[in-house]
Design a binder for this molecule. Structure first.
Ligand code: GLC
Length: 425
């Protein structure tokens, strides 16, 4: 199919998943608005409809809590095709939302959309960006207060779903400590939409819901949750995205912020960049997350170890080590970068976050490589992503060993990634 036809196809996926100013990740499997999906989708919309790109972000912040947290799901309209729904979360915001969050790509998307609006001469760009900038700033303050209370310079996830890499082998050890008992009755819906062999196992689901039960019993209060959390991981992927989004907000603050905003953001960024830099492991040629309950490094190889590229300027030795390592992960793959490398015992090329390739992860890795001067490898990652989408369609993710498209089809963020990356060839 020609690039033009593919772009039309991407527009059609976004139109089909539009529910009125916001986009569902895909019909039925994910029938609400998801946090980081929408941030990527906004950047996709920015390639052809900047007004709609703003709307995506505006509708997401309708779900923002008074303490600043932007939830991982906003349940704008009821649907019975997803579990756990609002009754399980039991949160008390003005509109129904989940009680946990997701990677704050929002700030990155806001800068992107703002720049597209200026390039298009949109007259209301400044007013719209300003309101969203305040929401982003509030959420970044929440991140540091609620999720780095001890000042490590790393923010923590209290639930694997917060990472966006739900079922990653990086969480295996930490999750194994979480009991499988639940007070909520589990009624999985996901395995009715896609093959169970591609999805998390039942036992993982019980632990996921156990965590929801614990935090709901804390009334979703950040301090009580922090004290009670049976799962607490200082995540390098999350911290890197937050640090990068903070840098993007600093850029916007030049024109739109106060002196106090600028100083606060600069301080935040310094703290996160320093925290991240300490997580580099030269013997592994990547960054590692920290299990705050056991105190141990999480050495399981996953894509998260490369995401700090988006936030840090690595030195020469680190640059060559990390690019060589990514090259090794790509070796023998039809499409990369795998979420878990083929040499890992945890590798499962078709199961959620345990091997498959995600277009949006490649988008982040390619941006980070480019920032760090690795232009050729960035192009290789982008091209292989675009190629995979052209061959298999706008699927949720791809088998790295065959290029086969897996999970849900007609996925919004895959369409958005195509629009953004397809233009770079
Ligand atoms: C899954 C993914 C998560 C994504 C969501 C909606 O839960 O792991 O990253 O946001 O689906 O697409």
């Amino acid at each position: 199919m020609t690039t033009l036809r593919m772009e039309e196809g991407a527009h059609a996926v976004l139109a089909r998943n539009d529910r009125g100013g916001y986009t569902v990740p895909t019909d039925r499997l994910y029938p609400f608005q998801w946090n980081w999906d929408s941030a990527f989708v906004a950047m996709g919309f920015a390639t052809f409809n900047v007004d709609r790109a703003y709307r995506e972000l505006e509708r997401l912040v309708e779900g923002q809590w008074d303490d600043g947290m932007i939830p991982h799901i906003v349940f704008h309209v009821p649907s019975d095709t997803y579990f756990p729904g609002p009754d399980v979360w039991g949160t008390r915001h003005r509109i129904l939302t989940s009680g946990i969050t997701q990677p704050p790509v929002f700030g990155m998307a806001l800068r992107h959309v703002h720049e597209a609006a200026l390039a298009n001469g949109m007259t209301d760009a400044e007013v719209r960006t300003r309101a969203l900038f305040q929401a982003a700033l509030h959420s970044h303050r929440w991140w540091l207060e609620a999720r780095d209370p001890d000042g490590l310079g790393l923010v923590s996830i209290l639930h694997p779903w917060e990472s966006g890499s739900d079922n990653s082998p990086a969480w295996d050890e930490a999750l194994a400590r979480v009991p499988t008992t639940t007070t909520t009755t589990i009624r999985r819906k996901d395995t009715g939409h896609v093959d169970a062999a591609m999805r998390p196992r039942d036992e993982d689901y019980q632990r996921f819901i156990h965590l929801v039960d614990v935090y709901r019993d804390c009334d979703w209060d950040p301090k009580r949750q922090w004290a009670k959390a049976p799962f607490k991981v200082a995540d390098v992927q999350m911290t890197a995205i937050l640090a990068r989004a903070t840098a993007d907000l600093m850029h916007l603050a030049e024109a739109l912020g106060t002196d106090e905003d600028r100083a606060g953001l600069a301080q935040m960024r310094r703290r996160l960049v320093d925290g991240l830099a300490r997580r580099w492991r030269p013997d592994l040629s990547r960054f590692v997350s920290l299990d705050l309950i056991s105190g141990a490094d999480i050495e399981a190889p996953t894509q998260a170890g490369f995401i700090p590229l988006v936030a840090l300027a690595l030195d020469g030795a680190q640059q060559s080590a990390i690019t060589a390592e990514i090259g090794r992960w790509l070796d023998g793959m039809v499409v990369g970068v795998p979420s878990t490398p083929a040499f890992s015992p945890a590798f499962e090329p078709k199961r959620y976050w345990r091997g498959p390739v995600w277009a949006v992860i490649n988008w982040l890795i390619a941006d980070g490589l480019r920032l760090n001067g690795a232009e050729d490898l960035a192009r290789r990652v982008e091209q292989s992503t675009v190629q995979a989408i052209e061959n298999a369609g706008f699927c949720e993710y791809f088998d790295p060993t065959t290029g086969e498209g897996l999970g849900g089809d007609t996925f919004s963020w895959t369409a958005a990634a195509y629009l953004a990356l397809g233009r770079r060839r």
